[in-house]
Design a protein around this ligand. Structure first.
Ligand code: GLY
Length: 330
C-alpha cells in the first residue's frame, strides 16, 4: 500500500475535489472545486446525495433557508427502505435493533443531535427540534425517543424484512459478534452542507451507524465537530465512514479550523484524513474508511477519503453531478 501525500503540502493552486463518475445522466469532465462562485450550493455524501440535493436545491431556489432545505433532502434518504445505512431500512445492531444517530448545525452556530434513537424514522428532524425547542444539544436513547413522541413523531418498526434477513445471516455466520466491520456492507452516512440565497450555511448528518454494532454504540454522527461542523464565517464539513476515527480526531471541526487558517476545502479534507490515518493505519485490512466533504463560504468544495470508494454529489443552481473523490492510501 502506498500513501499518496498529494496537495495539502503543496502550496498555491487549489486542488480538485474529485473525478466525475459517469452514470448515464453525467458527462465525463473533471470536477472543479468551485462550480458556483457564490450562490446556492449543496454538497452531500454518496450517490444518494444526487436525489437528496435535487430536493434541497429546489427549496433553496424557492427561497427556503438552508436548514429547512437540508432537512427535506435528508428525509428523502431516511425514508428510503432500499438504503441500508440511514433511517428506515437501516441495518440493525447485533441484537437486531435499528438505532439512529443524527446532528444539525445552522448559520447561527446553533446545534442539535440525537444518539441511539429507536423507532423514529427521521432522526434528523428530531435533532433539529432538540436544537430549536430545548436548551440542550444532545438527547440520547429513551430520552430522545420520549422527546420525539411528545413532539408528534410516530413510533414505527424500522427493521425491514430485507435488513432483518441480512442481520440473521450475519448472526449465523458470526454468532459471537465478530466481524462487525465488513467492507461489503455499506454504512454510508448522509452528510449534507448547503448555502442558501442569503449566503447562510447549514449542515446535517443522519445514519443507522455501523451495522451489527454492540447495542448502545454511538458513532460520530451526533458528536458535534466529529461528523459535522458549520461556522457561517468560514464554512462547513461532514464525514462518513467508520465513526470511531472521526471521533478520535474531531475531523469536521478540524477541517473548519484549517479553512479558517487559510487552507482550501480540499487541503483541509486531506489534512483531516492524514490525521485519521494515524489512528487507522494498523487496521486498514479490516476495511476501515474515513471520508470528508468540505464547503467554504465562497462555494468552493473539497473531498477526500482514506481509501478508494467514496462518492459525493455536488449541486448548484446550474448543475448537479456525482463525483468520485481522491484518496490517501493508493
Ligand atoms: N459514520 C457513521 C458511524 O460510524 O456511525
Amino acid at each position: 500500500m502506498k500513501i499518496s501525500r498529494r496537495s495539502f503540502i503543496k502550496t498555491g493552486a487549489l486542488a480538485s475535489g474529485g473525478i466525475l463518475i459517469t452514470p448515464s445522466h453525467l458527462s465525463n469532465i473533471q470536477a472543479k472545486n468551485n462550480l458556483s462562485g457564490s450562490g446556492p450550493v449543496v454538497l452531500t455524501t454518496w450517490d444518494f446525495g444526487y436525489t437528496a440535493n435535487a430536493k434541497t436545491i429546489e427549496l433553496i431556489k424557492e427561497g427556503k433557508n438552508s436548514l429547512d432545505a437540508i432537512e427535506a433532502g435528508i428525509r428523502i434518504v431516511e425514508n428510503d427502505p432500499s438504503i441500508s445505512s440511514v433511517g428506515y431500512g437501516g441495518l440493525p445492531d447485533e441484537d437486531g435493533i435499528v438505532t439512529l444517530d443524527a446532528s444539525v448545525m445552522d448559520w447561527n452556530g446553533n446545534a442539535g443531535s440525537v444518539a441511539a434513537l429507536e423507532g423514529i424514522k427521521n432522526p434528523f428532524s428530531v435533532a433539529k427540534l432538540v436544537m430549536q425547542k430545548t436548551k440542550h444539544v444532545m438527547l440520547a436513547g429513551n430520552g430522545a425517543k420520549k422527546f420525539a413522541l411528545e413532539n408528534g413523531f410516530k413510533e414505527e418498526n424500522l427493521l425491514t424484512d430485507e435488513a432483518k434477513k441480512i442481520w440473521l445471516e450475519w448472526k449465523q455466520k458470526y454468532p459471537h459478534g465478530q466481524n462487525r466491520i465488513d467492507p461489503n456492507i455499506h454504512h454510508d452516512t448522509i452528510g449534507m452542507i448547503a448555502i442558501d440565497k442569503n449566503n447562510n450555511m447549514s449542515g446535517g448528518v443522519s445514519t443507522s451507524g455501523l451495522a451489527f454494532k454492540i447495542h448502545g454504540r454511538v458513532g460520530d454522527s451526533p458528536i458535534i465537530g466529529a461528523a459535522m461542523f458549520v461556522d457561517n464565517e468560514v464554512g462547513g464539513a461532514v464525514a462518513t465512514g467508520n465513526g470511531e476515527f472521526m471521533m478520535k480526531t474531531l475531523g469536521a471541526f478540524l477541517i473548519v479550523e484549517k479553512m479558517r487558517e487559510g487552507f482550501s476545502p480540499q487541503q483541509a479534507c486531506e489534512f483531516a484524513v492524514e490525521r485519521a490515518h494515524k489512528h487507522a493505519k494498523n487496521r486498514l485490512n479490516e476495511g476501515i474508511q474515513v471520508c470528508y466533504l468540505a464547503l467554504n463560504k465562497n462555494g468552493e468544495h473539497g473531498a477526500f477519503s482514506l481509501v478508494d470508494g467514496f462518492q459525493y454529489a455536488l449541486t448548484t443552481s446550474k448543475e448537479s453531478k456525482v463525483y468520485k473523490s481522491d484518496y490517501l492510501v493508493k
